[in-house]
Design a protein around this ligand. Structure first.
Ligand code: 13P
Length: 283
């Protein structure tokens, strides 16, 4: 079974009251861990790459790798471009048959963001590929995160309603206190603002910056329209720590063996997010 349109997975989650976890994956091993864990837990899942991952493997190669692995699993999954930064990258992912694309112009002026997303929708929709936009800006929780600008801007409900109407996006990423990377202290989610966004906007909402958000906030957010939760830093950190400790202890310098052992730290993070988004057993 091939990757399904991302919209199919997320719309169903939105309707049935859970969220689809969406994980950044940088190559064959991480894609295999995500898909096999989701298959075992009978959960729908999204595998995604952003510009950083697509530097090491270009979209056509990454999609071919992901699709070959997907063909070995019966899991319900979508392949998504995360934080696309240009229409050229969006087009490359459309051509590579990604099943969802995000174009993130959240730090650009409203009119420019709208015009670019409308164009992304014009190109993607006839191919059955859904489009995610971001309004307000999800910044960084710590300066080590690769994603987002330093500062966040909260999403305004009236602007969000106009944005969705004018662009036709299928999902909207919102900024309600969520940030990329590791929070300094407890994150503060603006659940009142999320409730107003949910009332103002007719499409599923996306929460970026999943790492570090407490389970109770995730569950509350899912009740307020969040139907896709993005996670990266938590398992990227585990991957890096595992390699660092194996290599500094000098236990093992053979890269394939070291990478194999990182599964022991990545898999529990994937399991945890499948569970707390409510996606377990939904495929
Ligand atoms: P975290 O790295 O904070 O989990 O955020 C990931 C993300 O939002 C990817 O788009």
């Amino acid at each position: 079974m091939d990757f399904l349109p991302l919209k199919d997975l997320v719309d169903r989650a939105y309707r049935d009251g859970y969220a689809v976890p969406s994980f950044c994956a940088w190559g064959a091993e991480s894609i295999e861990i995500i898909l096999s864990t989701a298959e075992r837990m009978r959960a729908p899942v999204i595998v995604m790459q952003g510009p950083f991952e697509l530097e090491s493997l270009k979209p056509a190669v990454m999609a071919a790798v992901a699709r070959a692995i997907k063909g070995l699993h019966s899991v319900t999954a979508a392949l998504h471009l995360d934080h696309g930064d240009s229409l050229d990258l969006v087009q490359a992912c459309i051509d590579a048959r990604y099943t969802g694309v995000m174009l993130d112009l959240s730090v650009r002026p409203f009119a420019e963001n709208v015009a670019a997303l409308r164009e992304a929708v014009r190109r993607a929709r006839p191919r059955g590929i859904s489009v995610e936009g971001e309004l307000g800006h999800v910044g960084k929780a710590d300066e080590k995160s690769a994603e987002g600008e330093a500062a966040s801007t909260l999403t305004d409900p009236a602007e969000a309603a106009r944005y969705v109407a004018e662009t036709g996006v299928d999902q909207l990423a919102v900024s309600v206190g969520n940030k990329h990377g590791f929070y300094q202290g407890e994150p503060h989610m603006e659940l009142g603002l999320l409730e107003r966004l949910h009332a103002a906007v007719p499409v599923p909402l996306v929460m970026h910056g999943g790492t570090g958000i407490p389970e109770a906030d995730i569950r509350a957010s899912v009740k307020l329209g969040i139907a896709k939760v993005n996670v990266a830093s938590e398992f990227v950190h585990g991957f890096r720590q595992s390699l660092t400790s194996q290599w500094t202890k000098g236990e093992n310098l053979w890269a394939p063996m070291a990478i194999t052992r990182t599964r022991a730290v990545i898999e529990p993070v994937i399991e945890k997010w499948i569970r707390i988004t409510g996606a377990e057993g939904r495929a």
